[in-house]
Write a protein that binds this ligand. Structure first.
Ligand SMILES: [Cu+2]
Length: 672
């Protein structure tokens, strides 16, 4: 054996030693490393061979066999597409992120509750209007805290048509159309100020929004001393019209809830279809008051051993709302607690203290609840809940709501570790629960009829650090995909090169396909806390490559009758109202000189009249605070008053062609 062979053999053993390396890498990877040792031609990865340098690179970079396996599982070569897309909340950036899996490449930041200049979100008249309509107390808001994306579903499976996301600060919900990945609507809850839960019913009949912090409903005032009498929670059912791609507030309603803090929720499916589940904490109804001789809120809200899971029959609630058995609060129909109890809409089941996550099993038979201060997940059986309801086996709380018997509804408790929060599911009968205090993800088995090994802890994998939500492929649907899970972690203390005291959030990709879970990749994101995410196969999405027709305004998802078109370009004056119609086509705007007078009100329509996939133009104009993105076919408009005489160059912000810098023009504002 020559020296080169000896060296390579040594390298190979070094690279492949370690527990389970062969199993992790599999036969293909074994061939890769042996062929590169023997072939030794170093010619770069054609066929089944790999360059001889692969071992050297691994050695030089100090990569373990596990690292190499992780790299092989996540690397997506340039030009190849990811298999999945993950929709991740952008937290208090107010946005929604789209990330490819397994590469963890950031593909898009969708502007939702805050303006986003690259997409022109919040700068055109139409997108400003969406933000305006989602305003509060007459103000347009440019801050939001996104938490829980909810992909639209058909038969409890993602259908790839829409994604919804809630905004916690003000109690708002947004609609994003996945044909163009743009926000179409923001609705402000007329009853409540904060929210947390956001999910859809199995055929997206409703987008369900759970209020978080109790207040007097409808924005009324009541002193804090009247918390129990006058403050309330609510669960809002926003009717979704799929054809129009919009929530219809006029067909929506809410169910009044006690002034507990409502937390997360999930919709029943399969055997629990027709029901929704919503956690509540602070059933103590603590209000804080550190300087008024009362315990801090977190102490006051953690006195009782049990809080309540609200169990709501939404199909019955829908009938009752349609029959008009509602009270109007701030103009919005509300089924009162009294009516909800009389009509058999609302029940409560005790759950271990300070619950956070509630997740329905894929078949809908079980409801998994995690209490932050209890090391177990508690599993309820839908069948047992219905039996308890049928038997009338309950007491009532101080609001008259039936409280079902805990033991009678409970199927199992599984001890997992400290701080269990959220649960997802895979295709092999496993459930996964994030453990906030342990900074880990636990795998455990679902039980049920004929499953002898059910309701058992299997193992856990450490994550870094302070995991909140987790997301598995289709992991909250009737048919989970398995394969990958992402842990959405909060404080990446020691994971990355320091960039100042504010730490990036850390999304960690985990392989859940094998006997043991393997951490594959870290993806830091330098924006707000990610909260929840959902992962959908790319094959279920059918986004447009270009807009369907020239002059398409995404804000109305149709051709704008006012849009500029080839042939109608120009500047029209009607008194001091000026209308500009401008087209963009590589590499010029027509017209490229726009003359107006000081004091004119200018409405400016621009259309990108191209239909090639790679022909996006941008538009910026100094002093007007405008940035537009005009994708092929897209039309946008903006309006301003020309207050200051001067000469203002506008230009295209996308490097659209060789003569891109020349794609500019002048706005001349003549003095009056
Ligand atoms: Cu351009």
């Amino acid at each position: 054996m020559d020296k080169a062979h000896q060296t390579r053999r040594f390298n190979r053993r070094t690279v492949l030693k370690g527990v389970g390396a062969a199993a992790v890498l599999g036969p293909a990877a074994g061939a890769l490393f042996s062929s590169c040792s023997i072939g030794g031609n170093g010619n770069g990865g054609g066929g089944t061979g790999a360059p001889a340098s692969a071992n050297d690179i691994a050695k030089e970079r100090g990569l373990t066999p596990e690292d190499v396996a992780a790299a092989l599982k996540t690397y997506v070569p340039s030009g190849r597409h990811d298999e999945y897309l993950m929709f991740t909340s952008g937290g208090h950036s107010g946005q929604l992120l789209v990330i490819g899996i397994p590469s963890m490449r950031l593909l898009r930041v969708i502007g939702v509750f805050a303006p986003e200049p690259w997409q022109g979100w919040g700068y055109s008249d139409a997108s400003r209007k969406v933000l305006e309509e989602g305003g509060f107390q007459g103000k347009t808001l440019t801050v939001g805290d996104t938490h829980h994306p909810a992909l639209s579903e058909t038969n409890a499976q993602y259908d790839g048509q829409f994604v919804f996301i809630n905004e916690k600060i003000h109690g708002r919900v947004a609609v994003i159309d996945l044909r163009d990945f743009e926000t179409k609507q923001i609705v402000k809850n007329p009853l409540t100020l904060s929210n947390h839960a956001c999910f859809v019913t199995p055929n997206t009949e409703y987008v369900v929004e759970g209020c978080q912090y109790a207040t007097p409903l409808g924005g009324a005032y009541a002193p804090l001393e009247e918390f129990e009498e006058k403050y309330r929670g609510a669960i809002t059912f926003w009717k979704f019209n799929r054809e129009r791609g919009r929530i219809v507030p006029d067909e929506s309603f809410a169910v009044e809830l006690p002034p507990y803090f409502q937390d997360l929720g999930d919709a029943g499916r399969g055997v629990s279809d027709g029901w929704v589940f919503l956690n509540s904490l602070n059933t103590e109804m603590a209000t804080g008051g550190i300087q008024e001789g009362k315990p801090p809120l977190e102490i006051g809200a953690s006195q009782r051993e049990m809080d309540y899971l609200s169990v709501v029959n939404w199909k019955k609630a829908e009938e009752v709302a349609r029959a008009g058995k509602v009270e109007l609060i701030n103009g919005f129909p509300v089924i009162t607690i009294k009516t909800a109890v009389e009509e058999g809409i609302l029940f409560q089941v005790p759950e271990p203290k300070s619950p956070h996550g509630v997740d329905v099993s894929p078949d809908g038979a079980y409801i998994v609840v995690s209490g932050k201060l209890d090391p177990h997940v508690t599993v309820y059986s839908m069948k047992k809940i219905e039996e308890q309801i049928a038997k009338g086996n309950y007491e009532t709380d101080s609001f008259g709501i039936p409280v079902l018997d805990f033991a009678g509804c409970m199927e199992a408790q599984v001890e997992l570790g400290l701080g269990p929060l959220h649960t997802q599911f895979d295709d092999k009968g496993y459930a996964y629960t994030s453990l906030f205090i342990d900074s880990a993800v636990a795998r455990w088995t679902l039980g049920g009829e004929g499953k002898s090994d059910g309701w058992k802890f299997v193992d856990k994998i450490p994550v870094h650090y302070n995991v909140g939500h987790i997301a598995a492929v289709q992991g909250d649907t009737i048919q989970p995909g398995g394969k990958f899970l992402v842990a959405l972690n909060k404080w990446s203390v020691d994971r990355f090169a320091p960039v100042g005291p504010l730490l990036p959030q850390n999304l960690q990709l985990i392989d859940i396909s094998g006997e043991t879970m393997q951490l594959l990749y870290d993806m830091p994101i330098g924006i707000g806390e990610p909260h929840y995410a959902q992962i959908i196969p790319v094959s279920l999405l059918q986004p447009w490559e270009v807009y369907p027709e020239t002059g398409w305004e995404p804000g109305i998802q149709a051709v704008d009758a006012q849009a500029a078109q080839l042939g109608n370009e120009g500047v029209e004056r009607n008194g001091s109202q000026v209308t500009v119609r401008m087209t963009a086509l590589r590499s010029h705007f027509t017209p490229d000189i726009v003359r107006v007078k000081q004091g004119d009100t200018v409405t400016w329509h621009i259309t990108n009249v191209e239909n090639a996939h790679d022909a996006t133009h941008g538009f910026v104009l100094p002093g007007v605070n405008v940035s537009l993105s005009l994708e092929p076919g897209e039309a946008n408009s903006f309006t301003f008053t020309a207050e200051h005489p001067g000469v203002y160059p506008f230009y295209c912000t996308e490097f659209c062609a060789a003569l891109h810098v020349e794609m500019m023009g002048y706005l001349i504002v003549e003095p009056s």
